[in-house]
Design a protein around this ligand. Structure first.
Ligand code: GLY
Length: 600
C-alpha cells in the first residue's frame, strides 16, 4: 500500500461540528468501518479504494447487515470524466431455481422458515463487485483494502449497542444455525454492548482472499463449503427448503455495470439505481407526483412536517408502491416499463388522483398502455410482503472529487442466519425478495416482474442517489431499510430541495413511511435529534384525512426508527466537501486533510 506520512487523519467529528474539508470524507454507519475507509484516503487511495475497505470492515463490525455473503449497488461518479454509473453486485437465483420454489403445492412457505433455509440464499456478488470495481477504477489492491478488516476480525472490536440489540432481538436467527450461535452467542450467552468480538474464521477467509484473489471465494474449498451450507433446510420444510446453488453458479457470477436512471425535480437532476432495483424508479416517480404541490411553502400550509405535506407524501408513496409491486423486477429477465412509469403524462395522470383533503381509495397499479403498448394494465391489488429494516449504506468523496455511494445487504437482519462453517461469514436470504407465489398472469396482464427465474436478480429497493446541479454533483446519499429505503431517500431529497435543510438536518429530521398501497403509516419520533417531530395534533390530523396512522387518537404513535442515511456533499461555490451521518445507528463522519500536499 502506498503511504504518505505527511497526510494525517485529522479528526473524527460528530456530524453537527463538521467543517469543510477539501481532501476526502467518509460517512459510514460504524466508526471502525469509517476509519478503514479514511485510512485508504489518508494513504493516497481514492474513493473506490476507500469503499472497498469500508465494505470489508462492515462485514466484521456490522455483520448482521452486509458482507461477502451478500450483494449491493455501488454508485460511482468519476470526477475526471464526469461519468456516473453503478456496479451491480446483486445476488442472483441459481440456475436450478424455479418460479414456484417458495410455494410448493401452491402454498407460500412461512417467511421465517423460508428465509432461514438454504433455499433463500442467492449467489453472492459483493466480493466480485468490489474486485471488479477496484481493478477498473481503484488504485490499491484487494489485499490493501482488506487489511483493516483482517485486523478487526483477528484482534477484535467492541460490540456496539446496535449489534448487541440485533443479537438480543434476532428472532432466533443467531441461534438456529450452530456456527452463527458460536460467534454471537458463545457458550449460549448473547454478546452484549461492550463485549469484545474476535472472528478468527473470518480473518482467515479474508487473508485467503487477500492472497489468492476472488477465486478463493468463487471456486475451490470455500465455494464447496458455501454450496454445502446452503443445502441446509429447516426441518419443517423438508427437502423443499434446501438451496439449489451449484458450484457453476458461483463460478459464473459476474457483476454488471449499469447506467443510472436520471430524473429531474424542481430544476435538480437525480441519478439513481435502475432495475433490478425498484428503488430508483419509485423515488423518481414519487418526486414527480409531488411536483404540483408547493411542498416547501409554509405560507400555503405546506412546509416540513405539516399535515398537508405529510398527506401528499403518503399518497405519493401509496401510488408509487402500487406500481412498484406490479411492474418492477430484474430488467435483464423481464421488461420493466421504466419510461412509461416515469413519463410526465403518466405521472401527471397519477398525481391527479391525490386529493388535498382526503385519503384516496386504495390505488391499484396504473394502466401503462397509453404510454407503453406492451405493458398491459393489471387491475390487481398488490400483495403485502414482509421486508426487513436492515442492510447498510455509506458514502465517500475523495480529494479529486470522485464519489461513491453504496448500499449493501445480506437482506434480513442476519441474512439467512447460516454462517459458512469454518469461514466465518453469513449467507444472505436475498431470494426471499422474490414473489413467493408466482404473480405472472397473461390473462390480466400481470408480467410477474418479480417472479423467481433461473439466474434472475430479486427485486431490490436499494436506491443510492446522486443529486446534481448543472451537471455537477452536489450530494450523494442512500439508506438501508428494505422497502422503507425508498421512503427514506425520498424524504431526504424533499428535505434538501423543498425544505432547504442542511445535509445533517435532512438526515436527522423524522421520517414517515408507507410501503403498500393499502398500508398503514409508520412514523418516527421520540429521539431528541428528530426535530421538529410530528406532533400529536399532526398525527390526529392525518387520521382525520383517513390515514391509518399508528397509535390512538391523542397519543404519540410515532416510534419506529426508519432507515440510516449516510451522505457526502460538495459546496459548488467553494468546492468544500462535507459529510453527514445518521444517529439512528452509530453514524460516523471522518474527514481526511493533508498537512502538506504530497505532490499530486
Ligand atoms: N434486501 C433489501 C433490498 O434489496 O432492498
Amino acid at each position: 500500500m502506498r503511504r504518505y506520512a505527511s497526510w494525517l487523519l485529522l479528526a473524527l467529528l460528530s456530524p453537527p461540528l463538521l467543517a469543510a474539508s477539501p481532501d476526502g470524507v467518509v460517512a459510514v454507519s460504524h466508526p471502525a468501518a469509517a476509519a478503514a475507509g479514511a485510512r485508504m484516503l489518508a494513504a493516497g487511495g481514492n474513493a473506490i479504494d476507500a469503499a472497498a475497505a469500508v465494505q470489508f470492515a462492515l462485514n466484521v463490525v456490522e455483520p448482521q447487515s452486509s458482507g461477502i455473503g451478500g450483494g449491493g449497488f455501488m454508485l460511482i461518479h468519476l470526477a475526471k470524466t464526469g461519468e456516473t454509473f453503478f456496479v451491480d453486485s446483486r445476488e442472483r437465483a441459481p440456475i436450478a431455481a424455479s418460479p414456484d420454489m417458495f410455494s410448493p403445492g401452491g402454498q407460500p412457505m412461512p417467511f421465517p422458515l423460508a428465509s432461514t433455509s438454504g433455499l433463500a440464499v442467492g449467489v453472492p456478488g459483493t466480493l466480485r463487485g468490489i474486485d471488479t470495481t477496484l481493478a477498473r477504477w481503484g488504485t490499491m489492491t484487494l489485499a490493501d483494502t482488506l487489511a483493516p478488516a483482517i485486523e478487526l476480525a483477528e484482534h477484535g472490536f467492541r460490540v456496539n449497542r446496535f449489534l448487541a440489540a440485533d443479537i438480543a432481538n434476532d428472532g432466533g436467527r443467531t441461534l438456529i444455525h450452530p456456527e452463527t450461535a458460536a460467534i454471537f452467542r458463545p457458550g449460549g450467552v448473547a454478546l452484549a454492548e461492550g463485549d469484545w468480538l474476535v472472528q478468527p474464521d473470518l480473518a482467515r477467509t479474508f487473508k485467503r482472499i487477500a492472497a489468492q484473489g476472488p477465486d478463493a471465494f468463487y471456486r475451490g474449498p470455500l465455494a464447496e463449503a458455501l454450496v454445502e451450507a446452503q443445502r441446509r433446510t429447516r426441518s419443517e420444510l423438508g427437502a423443499a427448503g434446501a438451496g439449489r446453488m451449484a458450484l457453476a453458479d458461483l463460478r459464473g457470477y459476474q457483476a454488471a455495470i449499469r447506467s443510472p436512471l436520471y430524473g429531474r425535480y424542481r430544476g435538480w437532476t437525480l441519478a439513481t439505481m435502475p432495475p433490478p432495483s425498484s428503488g430508483g424508479i419509485t423515488v423518481l416517480q414519487m418526486l414527480g407526483l409531488l411536483e404540483r404541490f408547493p411542498v416547501g411553502d409554509a405560507s400555503h400550509g405546506y412546509g416540513f412536517g405539516s399535515p398537508k405535506t405529510l398527506h401528499v407524501m403518503i399518497e405519493a408513496m401509496r401510488l408509487g408502491f402500487a406500481d412498484r409491486e406490479m411492474w418492477s423486477g430484474d430488467d435483464d429477465s423481464v421488461t420493466v416499463p421504466q419510461r412509461a412509469l416515469l413519463h410526465p403524462g403518466y405521472v401527471a395522470m397519477r398525481a391527479a388522483r391525490i386529493q388535498p383533503d382526503r385519503r384516496m381509495d386504495t390505488p391499484l397499479a396504473g394502466d401503462l398502455l397509453p404510454w407503453d403498448n406492451k405493458a398491459r394494465g393489471s387491475q390487481r391489488m398488490p400483495r403485502a410482503r414482509q421486508e426487513s429494516p436492515h442492510t447498510t449504506h455509506f458514502s465517500i468523496i475523495d480529494r479529486w472529487g470522485n464519489v461513491v455511494s453504496h448500499t449493501s445487504t445480506i437482506e434480513f437482519t442476519w441474512g439467512s442466519g447460516i454462517t459458512v462453517p469454518g469461514y466465518g461469514f453469513l449467507l444472505n436470504n436475498e431470494l426471499t425478495d422474490f414473489n413467493f407465489v408466482p404473480a405472472s398472469d397473461p390473462a390480466s396482464g400481470n408480467p410477474g416482474a418479480n417472479d423467481v427465474a433461473p439466474g434472475k436478480r430479486p427485486r431490490s429497493s436499494m436506491a443510492p442517489m446522486l443529486l446534481l446541479k448543472d451537471g455537477r454533483p452536489v450530494a450523494a446519499y442512500g439508506s438501508p431499510g428494505g422497502a422503507t429505503i425508498i421512503n427514506s431517500v425520498f424524504s431526504v431529497t424533499l428535505n434538501l430541495i423543498d425544505h432547504g435543510m442542511s445535509l445533517q438536518q435532512a438526515i436527522d429530521a423524522p421520517r414517515l413511511s408507507v410501503t403498500h398501497a393499502a398500508g398503514k403509516v409508520d412514523c418516527e419520533g421520540g429521539a431528541p435529534f428528530m426535530q421538529p417531530g410530528f406532533s400529536i395534533a399532526t398525527q390526529d390530523a392525518l387520521r382525520t384525512l383517513g390515514h391509518p396512522a399508528p397509535g390512538e387518537v391523542g397519543t404519540n404513535g410515532c416510534e419506529e426508527a426508519i432507515g440510516s442515511v449516510q451522505a457526502v456533499a460538495i459546496d459548488l461555490a467553494t468546492g468544500a466537501q462535507h459529510g453527514a451521518a445518521d444517529p439512528r445507528r452509530e453514524g460516523t463522519v471522518i474527514r481526511v486533510s493533508p498537512t502538506a500536499a504530497p505532490g499530486r
